[in-house]
Design a binder for this molecule. Structure first.
Ligand code: SAM
Ligand code: SF4
Length: 327
């Protein structure tokens, strides 16, 4: 399905929970965020219904995120349901890697092998400082298990000035030693009010560090809808990407919708929720009415993240935690 800027929208990201067992400081305050009561979360039946309807509108890719998706009870059940949907051959998960190890065999059986793993530092102390939890070894163990089981891993790292810029090259080097793609992400302001002013380490700064270290860095063509500018170091197994998440240079090829854990649809990461599909669904509407609503929302998708930001109803929404949005 196309929006009014002729962009094909066929990718949905669903936050299955707003809860998390880590406390990454760029995502939420030390004492966490006020969690939604469980009854406010979309049920697995509701999520599966929405996916079926989106499949009918031409959606082909889904990413489950959170919060930490593996923290929600029976998350594997949702994956089992989704794997049965004909339309969604491409099922992805974003996870912090602390809780997924025991699910690796079943994920493989279901053919769900595309995992984005968040690791912001390869230094145990810095990892602890950033996530406010001591799970570095566990997460690295998960990384190695996923590599050994041939999962297609993208490693996400949020790069912050004065915090982990020294990790850029060591993290990029993982693409040499392993068949993993490494993604460096600009910090965004969605941290649940932890801090107001970001001291931006921009995509340009990250690129400059990469270029200084890798003289033979080559730019790769981007796939449609890819938010990362991709690079390759010759002979490296994986590629390296830089995501200008705050500078927002990629909106012209945007292909996605987001649904938060309480059913709020975001047609852009920078809007503050354009419609609550959970309430609409719980009012007893038909599949056709849901489908028409999605079509209307897609048609009204803003041109870019700046336009979405200007249209926000509440300035407070800028303080939302990424844990409730899903990243
Ligand atoms: N808990 C899972 C994880 O950390 O991978 C999934 C949810 S998390 C909100 C999804 C992604 O958003 C992670 O890669 C995380 O690094 C990123 N993220 C969270 N807060 C961010 C922020 N303020 N700026 C940029 N990226 C952020
Ligand atoms: Fe949790 Fe992910 Fe947010 Fe870190 S980034 S606090 S792991 S939801």
């Amino acid at each position: 399905m196309k929006d009014s800027f002729d962009r094909t929208i066929n990718y949905v990201r669903i936050a299955v929970t707003d809860r998390c067992n880590l406390r990454c400081f760029y995502c939420m305050p030390a004492n966490g965020i006020p969690y939604e009561p469980k009854a406010h979360l979309l049920s697995y039946e509701e999520i599966t219904r929405l996916l079926r309807i989106l499949g009918g509108l031409g959606f082909r890719k889904v990413r489950f995120t959170g919060g930490e998706p593996f923290l929600r009870k029976d998350f594997m059940q949702l994956l089992e349901n989704t794997a049965k949907l004909e339309a969604f051959k491409s099922i992805h998960i974003t996870s912090n890697g602390t809780l997924l190890q025991r699910h690796i065999p079943r994920l493989q059986e279901l053919g769900i092998t595309k995992i984005n793993l968040s690791i912001d530092s390869l230094d145990k102390e810095r990892f602890h400082k950033i996530t406010r939890r001591d799970d570095f070894e566990k997460v690295m163990e998960t990384f190695h298990m996923l590599v050994d089981h041939n999962f297609k891993i993208k490693l996400n790292a949020v790069i912050m000035k004065g915090i982990n810029t020294q990790d850029i090259i060591p993290l990029a080097e993982l693409a040499k030693d392993y068949p993993v793609d490494v993604r460096f992400i600009e910090e965004m302001p969605f941290n649940g009010g932890y801090k107001e002013n970001l001291e931006m380490y921009s995509a340009r700064d990250i690129f400059s560090d990469l270029k200084t270290n890798y003289a033979d860095l080559e730019q790769l063509p981007s796939a449609h809808g890819d938010t990362a500018t991709l690079y390759q170091v010759p002979e490296y197994q994986g590629n390296i990407g830089v995501i200008a998440a705050f500078s927002r240079t990629f909106c012209n090829t945007c292909n996605r919708l987001r649904i938060s854990s309480k059913g709020e649809i975001k047609s852009c990461l920078y809007d503050d929720g354009v419609f609550n599909i959970r309430d609409f669904m719980r009012s007893g509407v038909s599949d056709q009415e849901l489908s028409d609503k999605f079509s209307e929302i897609i048609r009204l998708k803003p041109k870019d993240g700046f336009e979405a930001e200007r249209a926000r109803k509440s300035p407070k929404s800028a303080m939302q935690s990424m844990s409730s949005i899903g990243g």
